[in-house]
Write a protein that binds this ligand. Structure first.
Ligand code: SAH
Ligand code: SF4
Length: 340
């Protein structure tokens, strides 16, 4: 029997595992608590297991741990950026953000990304592979065990397109909100997608209460396709049709992200068009001024950003500016990339 990594299994899967190796069912709950609540790295740390059980576990199972390689801290915002090495040597990054009482972990879902948005450093890497459920959860386990215990929010906005790794992302979110595990409220877990339509549909059909964010980034299809090639397949109108369905079944507002790029989508006219798009839907806009990556795009001036927000704000009350810290340490939106 091949050894099973117990990290990444939910309670039912753990119960099946313990049944298979001839152990009592309650061991599953014990293990679930050790891994996700007490954040144990090995069976040796699990003090309520007998020597016999530990020996048996060593024979059939293991607990995989990702390795923290480097931490960079932005002195002004306190933003932390973490570099992790995975079991196969691939590397990913995660970010810890402080904003008042909010302590948010921005997690990665893939090594690289296939969507190839022209303004994003992760997109430049191409897709190397999906993260396993264990690797997704371990980012939160390590950060909350060794750096910040009181995590309040999780955003799937690190490296990768979460809806290209749909099952692992949803399963991890379920474990994150489990009261016996991380106990993070469903509404404090946000999944951001570039607009993978079939998976947006699935997400709506499955009636999840995690928050949904969609990266709109442009108000016309020509511009959006030039920035995000996937728009050729799934255009702006089809995204809004899904938002309409979502609004009918879910009270949560959809967040639309809008990367502000100088000379591309940042005029007063663009702001008005954006407000017009959302006026009939229950959604809000989160404007993210471009963070420098190795591309030719530019961040609009402070004055342009302010004017854009003023025009947008006049037309819609639901627009906010995301000015995350960490640009100096390449930890802001779109700046995550690793050499693998
Ligand atoms: N792949 C998902 C989630 C990760 S990216 C998605 O695209 O939605 C999180 C947000 O950062 C997205 O809204 C994306 O449009 C934005 N982003 C990407 N590159 C950026 C950059 N260089 N500057 C500012 N925002 C960026
Ligand atoms: Fe992938 Fe999101 Fe970057 Fe686009 S913005 S390349 S979807 S990580």
């Amino acid at each position: 029997m091949e050894k099973t990594n117990l990290k990444g299994l939910n309670l039912t899967q753990l119960e099946n595992f313990f049944e298979k190796i001839g152990e009592k069912k309650f061991r599953a709950t014990q293990m679930f608590l050790w891994i996700y609540n007490k954040k144990a790295k090995s069976f040796d740390e699990m003090t309520n297991l007998s020597k016999k059980t530990k020996t048996k576990l060593d024979e059939f199972a293991f607990i995989e741990n990702i390795e923290l390689v480097e931490v960079k801290i932005d002195e002004i915002s306190k933003t932390h950026k973490f570099l992790f090495r995975l079991a196969d040597g691939r590397k990913i990054e995660s970010v810890l953000l402080y904003d008042g009482k909010r302590k948010t972990i921005c997690v990665s879902s893939q090594v690289g990304c296939a969507v190839d948005c022209k303004f994003c450093a992760t997109g430049k890497m191409g897709l190397l592979r999906n993260l396993t459920l264990s690797e997704i959860l371990d980012q939160i386990i390590v950060i909350s065990r060794d750096f910040e215990t009181e995590i309040t929010n999780i955003v799937f906005m690190g490296m990768g397109e979460p809806f290209h790794n749909y099952n692992n992302v949803i399963e991890s979110a379920k474990i994150l909100c489990d009261p016996q595990a991380f106990s993070i409220s469903q509404r404090k877990i946000t999944i951001s997608t570039s607009g993978v339509l079939p998976k947006i549909q699935k997400f709506i059909e499955e009636e999840h209460n995690f928050k949904l964010a969609i990266s709109l980034n442009a108000t016309d299809n020509l511009t959006r396709t030039a920035l995000m090639p996937l728009n050729e397949k799934w255009q702006i109108e089809t995204i809004f049709a899904e938002i309409q369905k979502y609004n009918k079944t879910n009270r949560n507002r959809v967040t639309l992200e809008y990367v502000l790029l100088a000379g591309i989508n940042d005029t007063d006219e663009d702001a008005k068009k954006l407000a017009k798009w959302i006026k009939d839907y229950n959604c809000k806009i989160n404007v993210i001024p471009y963070n420098p990556t190795n591309t030719d795009f530019e961040r609009p001036t402070k004055e342009r950003i302010e004017k854009f927000m003023a025009v947008l704000g006049k037309a819609t009350p639901s627009a906010t500016l995301r000015n995350t810290g960490g640009r100096q340490i390449q930890a802001a939106c779109g700046q995550l990339a690793t050499t693998n």
